[in-house]
Design a protein around this ligand. Structure first.
Ligand SMILES: [Zn+2]
Length: 342
């Protein structure tokens, strides 16, 4: 009798923090490295995928080590990791642009102080925020407006016309301004080293959304699959990776093999066994993974089919589940006997 394997869901107490922590650390590291490399070369979908993979690997280490069998929880954390990695890359870009703006405003404030503009550290920061927000709105910002912002009052420009300070902006408005400004620059698409087009602001936003989704998706895959791996609840250990596989029957007998394995029926399975070579359409196989602690624990059995079309070999798992070790032994023995293998 085969019973489906379902990840049991729980995780050891105190595992959530290491899971989130390792995922975020790996995500931030991946985002930072990609940002650094990105100053030379920018690969549109590959880079977000790499960042997501970093987050996923970080998560996977904890999922495996802490034996977390909660695929949904792991998927959420992996996705957040992918998002964090992308945001790190983007955030470093913002921090760099902001620091350039801070330096420029400081230099400008020193110059302006000789022209009688008094500024405070607060008004300089406010001017940086206002400047970044204005750039996002596509406004041309003149020296008069900057001086007015630093002084916090209208200021005459070089023609003697009073200029109003820039519209006040929060630091979030500044980030938003940077985002819009960056999008307005567009994205150049290169193909084989040649420019083959340019995305406008909207296209760039869409590209970012796609990049974020790619990073999140890639962040999920590896740890999610690990959390779904078979696990021995009794011995508290993951099943061994190595598979003991056996070729059983010709491909057309797939459903007969499936039924025999589902019912743990050795004689029914023996009747399906193909002697000699397999047909052109491929064959049906059996694989078995075991608990590494004890041979008496249930066996994790898969019925898979291998189809060959041309040179392509394609394995697909068809039925998966747990069965008693003895039942599995009997199935294996029946196949070997019927096929005349020792
Ligand atoms: Zn066990």
């Amino acid at each position: 009798m085969l019973r489906p394997y379902k990840p049991s869901g729980p995780y050891e107490e105190g595992s959530l923090l290491p899971l989130v922590g390792a995922t975020l650390i790996a995500a931030v590291a991946g985002g930072a490295v990609v940002h650094l490399v990105g100053t030379w070369i920018r690969l549109l979908i590959v880079f977000p995928a790499l960042m997501g993979a970093c987050a996923g690997i970080g998560a996977n280490i904890v999922v495996k080590g802490r034996r977390i069998r909660a695929p949904l929880l792991v998927a959420v954390v992996g996705a957040l990791g992918g998002l964090a990695a992308w945001s790190t890359d983007f955030g470093i870009g913002y921090a760099r642009m902001r620091s350039v703006a801070v330096d420029e405003i400081a230099a400008f404030a020193d110059e302006a102080s000789q022209a009688g503009v008094t500024s405070t550290p607060e008004s300089r920061t406010a001017t940086v925020d206002a400047l970044l927000a204005a750039m996002g709105r596509g406004e041309a910002v003149g020296n008069g407006a900057l001086a007015a912002s630093l002084a916090g009052a209208p200021f005459p420009d070089e023609n003697g016309v009073e200029v109003q300070p820039l519209a006040a902006a929060s630091s979030f408005d500044a980030l938003l301004g940077y985002t819009r400004f960056q999008a307005s620059l567009g994205t150049t698409i290169e193909h084989n080293g040649h420019d083959s087009g340019k995305l406008d602001a909207t296209g760039t936003f869409v590209l970012w959304v796609i990049e974020i989704l790619v990073a999140m998706l890639v962040g999920v895959v590896v740890p999610y699959l690990q959390a779904r791996e078979p696990y021995c609840e009794k011995c508290r250990v993951w099943y061994a990776k190595e598979e003991v596989t056996l070729s059983v029957a010709d491909y057309p007998n797939l459903s007969a093999v499936t039924e025999a394995v589902r019912h743990g029926d050795p004689s029914a399975l023996a009747r399906t066994v193909a002697k000699g070579s397999f047909g052109k359409k491929g064959f049906v196989g059996l694989s078995r993974r075991s608990c590494p602690r004890s041979a008496s624990c249930e066996a994790y059995v898969q019925v898979f089919r291998v189809r060959t079309s041309g040179k392509k070999v394609n394995r697909k798992n068809h039925l998966t589940g747990l069965m008693g070790a003895e039942t599995a032994d009997n199935l294996w023995k029946a196949v070997k006997e019927a096929a005349g293998v020792k």
